[in-house]
Design a protein around this ligand. Structure first.
Ligand code: ZN
Length: 50
């Protein structure tokens, strides 16, 4: 398991962290999730950052 941080694509705020399974890491999957951003005050796309 690897912990990754999810960053709002709009404002760059780092709002969430999540676990990636080893399989996901090996497949080099990039997470891209719609999550609520408190700074934007709406749901935005969050992408993983290291
Ligand atoms: Zn935002």
């Amino acid at each position: 398991m690897e912990i990754v941080t999810l960053e709002c694509e709009v404002c760059g705020e780092r709002n969430y962290s999540t676990n990636k399974t080893k399989k996901m890491v090996q497949q080099r999957l990039k997470l891209s999730l719609k999550k609520y951003c408190p700074r934007c005050k709406k749901h935005t796309v969050h992408k993983e950052v290291k």
